[in-house]
Design a protein around this ligand. Structure first.
Ligand code: ACO
Length: 192
C-alpha cells in the first residue's frame, strides 16, 4: 500500500514492532507530531484494508485502539517501492487475552495465551511469502511456536497458511471465536 509520504521515514527496518507508545525509530528525520500523524494514517488504512479483506464490518486494528492496549503490531515494508518512498506490505498483531479454552477432553480452562488478533498482507503481495516472513519474525520476537498461539477467527486463507507452513490442521473445538490446534495444551500453563 502506497502513501503520499515516505514510508522509510516511519520504519527503519523491513519489519518493525509498533506498540501503544508509537515511538519513532532512533534516527527518523520526522518530528514526533509528523511521525505520529503519518503512522496513525498507515495503521488506520492497513486496519481498514484488513477488515475489508476479511469481510468484517469494522476494523479490528486502528491507531486509536492500539494505543489503548498492550498489543504488539509488526509492520512490514518494501523500502524500494513507490519510486523509493517505500510501500507498506502487511502487518500482524498479537496480544494476550483471557480466554476459556476447551481441551481434547472437553474440560474448560481459563488461560491467557498469546493470540494472533489480526494479520494482513496487501493483495498485490499475497502468496509471495511475505506473510510467512512476517509470521516468522513475530514468532521469534514473541518467543513462541505456532501451536502455542490462539487465533482469533481465522479466515480460510489463514487456515490454509497455517496448514501449509506449519502443518497445523487439527483444531480443538471451541465455543468462542478462537481456534487452537493440537499440542496447544502441551505448552500453555492453565490457571485451573
Ligand atoms: N486462498 C487460499 N490460501 C491462501 C490464499 C488464498 N487466496 N492466500 C494465501 N493462502 C495461504 C496458502 O496456504 C498459501 O500457499 P499456496 O499459495 O501454496 O496455496 C500460503 O497462504 C501463502 O503463504 P504466504 O505467501 O507466506 O502468505 P501471504 O503473504 O499470502 O499471507 C495472509 C497470508 C496474511 C492470510 C494473506 O493471504 C491475507 O492477508 N489474506 C487476507 C486477510 C486475511 O484473511 N487475514 C487473516 C485473517 S484471520 C486473523 O487475522 C486472526
Amino acid at each position: 500500500m502506497e502513501f503520499n509520504f515516505n514510508i522509510n521515514n516511519l520504519f527503519g527496518n523491513e519489519i518493525c514492532l509498533i506498540d501503544k507508545e508509537l515511538t519513532p525509530y532512533r534516527t527518523s528525520p520526522l518530528n514526533i507530531r509528523e511521525y505520529k500523524a503519518q503512522l496513525c494514517q498507515v495503521l488506520d488504512k492497513m486496519g481498514d484494508a484488513s477488515a475489508k479483506a476479511q469481510g468484517l464490518h469494522g476494523a479490528i486494528t486502528t491507531a486509536h485502539r492500539l494505543q489503548l492496549t498492550d498489543h504488539h503490531l509488526y509492520m512490514m515494508k518494501d523500502a524500494s517501492a513507490n519510486g523509493g518512498k517505500g510501500a507498506v506490505v502487511g502487518f500482524i498483531k498479537t496480544g494476550h487475552k483471557r480466554l476459556f479454552i476447551y481441551d481434547h477432553n472437553g474440560v474448560n480452562h481459563e488461560m491467557e495465551p498469546l493470540c494472533t488478533l489480526d494479520f494482513y498482507v496487501h493483495e498485490s503481495r499475497q502468496r509471495t511469502g511475505c506473510g510467512r516472513k512476517l509470521f516468522e519474525f513475530m514468532l521469534k520476537a514473541e518467543g513462541v511456536q505456532p501451536y502455542q498461539l490462539a487465533i482469533d477467527r481465522p479466515s480460510h486463507k489463514f487456515l490454509a497458511f497455517l496448514n501449509k507452513h506449519y502443518k497445523l490442521k487439527t483444531a480443538v473445538p471451541q465455543v468462542n471465536n478462537f481456534v487452537v490446534f493440537e499440542h496447544f495444551f502441551r505448552s500453555v500453563s492453565s490457571s485451573v
